[in-house]
Ligand binder design. Structure first.
Ligand code: NAD
Length: 495
């Protein structure tokens, strides 16, 4: 069985304590690899390697063009191994193969995209600023902020890592990546590709391991400059507390319970298509999943009937099987959490329209039928808390104002979607929804060029786009006094 390795200071190594835990295929419940269980000592070595690589300037002082050339090699490496990585991701996470292929393609694109931004920065490293006094020449410089700790989740194991690694490396930072213990394997391949691209030792480091044993020591480490975290609110809070103790920059991409407002004037099939994609792609294990659907009352019965029929027709099975659109839940633990949320949902008085149990014939693997609840009490956990699985709540509304108020009545604010043939109405609602990401007449399409992140409990900061690049710089002002001039406050003008 394959035993993964850590990647520290340019070398693939075993964890110091020689500990391993199994990688489980969620479609069969069988272990298929042994994952290196890094601990505090491994984290310390990795952070010190990243610190040294940053401080010596072997990466941060290269031109953006030189860094870009290596990042483009990483993009090429990902494309060359796309089929292999996608198959690995399916085995580790359970997602349908075409969705895993999208992830790898998007990851490669992100390296190319941030290579372009690194290159562009070369021609524009400093911005002159007129301070209104001719004796001073001032500029603003953007400098790489240092050593980044990246802690990532299991739902898009490669892509969530790349959303941090690509812009951080492009900016000139060095990084220690700690992926989720549930899905670590694609990040080992990423390390191999980064190594083959010739990125200098210590610039990128990978330590796999559990949250408490590897994640927490990484977040706590005094030699890091920034923690970039994607995961749950509960862990995000711990990471932020660690950052507070060390007064370090922190970026948090957390959960959501995103609303999708559907008006009665829209095409029924188009609405159903986007509702399905909004909650069932990637098994609903999507932070931006539109898991609360609000439907204008006159369309509500017809939409529910069509949605039920289409949901019951979704092909379920191992992600590697052709035609499958819903794979197994990632792990036994996540499966149990989702089942508990469904049981609590039933007890809350919500109406279970379909799903909520194991599909017939699939006795092995963490399979769950896609689930619809209707008429959900809006004070229930089912309506208010993230489930992170293929469970959607659907409720009716009467007026636009009511829909917007209901949509915004959430602790979260990651995403929101609106669908109507009246585009002016869509624009109005888009502006009123309190979230970082709004989709009009669709739900979920995500582009590397656009900023990603949420408000309220959904997090702090933005990834992707230009904002995701700027997040890895510090701002420095340089104020130059004309030495031919005299300041003359203490010594007088003629001194
Ligand atoms: P999680 O919080 O359980 O784990 C995330 C990462 O944190 C893992 O690598 C884990 O090992 C690590 N970790 C756990 N305890 C830690 C600790 N004490 N200190 C430091 N690190 C620790 O989240 P998850 O279950 O892997 O992912 C699901 C969550 O991620 C959902 O809430 C989802 O909404 C969110 N998510 C958000 C986005 C986004 O962009 N906003 C994207 C994907 C997932």
């Amino acid at each position: 069985m394959h035993k993964t390795r850590l990647y520290i200071a340019g070398a693939f190594v075993a964890p110091q304590a020689q500990g391993y835990f199994p990688a489980i295929d969620p479609a069969t419940e069988a272990p298929f690899a042994e994952v290196a269980a890094g601990q505090a000592a491994d984290i310390d070595r990795a952070v010190r390697a990243a610190r040294e690589a940053f401080d010596t300037g072997i990466w941060s002082e290269l031109s953006g063009t030189s860094r870009a050339a290596m990042l483009r090699l990483v993009a090429q490496g990902l494309r060359a191994r796309l089929a292999e990585i996608a198959a690995l991701e399916v085995r580790d996470n359970g997602k349908p193969l075409p969705e895993a292929e999208w992830d790898v393609g998007d990851a490669a694109f992100a390296f190319d995209y941030y290579a372009d931004l690194a290159e562009a920065r070369d021609s524009d490293p400093e911005e002159p600023v007129d301070v209104g006094d001719a004796r001073f020449a001032a500029t603003i410089r953007r400098e790489p902020l240092g050593v980044v700790a990246a802690i990532t989740p299991w739902n898009f194991p490669l892509l969530m890592a790349v959303w941090k690694v690509a812009p951080a490396l492009a900016a000139g930072c060095t990084i220690v990546l700690k992926p989720s213990e549930l899905c670590s394997l694609s990040c080992e391949v990423l390390a191999q590709i980064i190594h083959a691209a010739g990125i200098p030792p210590g610039v990128f480091n990978l330590v796999t391991g559990t949250g408490p044993e590897a994640g927490q020591p990484l977040a706590d480490h005094p030699l890091i400059d920034k923690v970039a975290f994607t995961g749950s609110v509960a862990t995000g809070r711990k990471v932020m507390m660690a950052a507070a103790a060390g007064i370090r920059t922190v970026a948090l991409e957390l959960g959501g319970k995103s609303p999708f407002v559907i008006f009665a004037d829209c095409d029924l099939d188009k609405a159903v298509e986007w509702i399905l994609f909004g909650i069932f792609w990637n098994k609903g294990e999507v932070c931006s999943a539109t898991s609360r659907v609000l439907v204008e009352r006159s369309l509500y019965p017809a939409l529910l009937a069509r949605l039920q029929q289409a949901t019951e027709a979704i092909p379920i099975g191992a992600g590697s099987m052709p035609g499958v659109k819903l794979g197994p839940i990632v792990s036994q633990g996540q499966y149990d959490k989702i089942c508990a949320a469904i049981a609590a949902g039933k007890a809350s008085g919500a109406r279970l329209v379909t799903g909520g149990d194991r599909p017939e014939g699939l006795t092995r693997g963490y399979f769950l039928r896609p689930t619809i609840f209707a008429d959900v009490p809006t004070d229930s956990a089912l309506w208010r808390e993230e489930i992170f699985g293929p469970v959607v709540c659907v409720n009716p509304f009467d007026t636009e104002a009511e829909a917007v108020a209901e949509a915004n009545d959430s602790a979260y604010g990651l995403a929101g979607a609106v669908m109507s043939d009246d585009l002016q109405r869509c624009e109005r609602v888009a502006r009123k929804l309190r979230a970082g990401i709004i989709w009009v007449n669709c739900s979920q399409p995500t582009f590397t060029q656009l900023p990603w992140g949420g408000v309220k409990a959904s997090g702090i900061g933005r990834e992707l786009g230009r904002a995701g690049f700027e997040a890895y710089f510090e701002t420095k002002q340089i104020t130059r006094f004309d030495s031919r001039q005299t300041w003359g406050w203490y010594l007088g003008r003629d001194a």
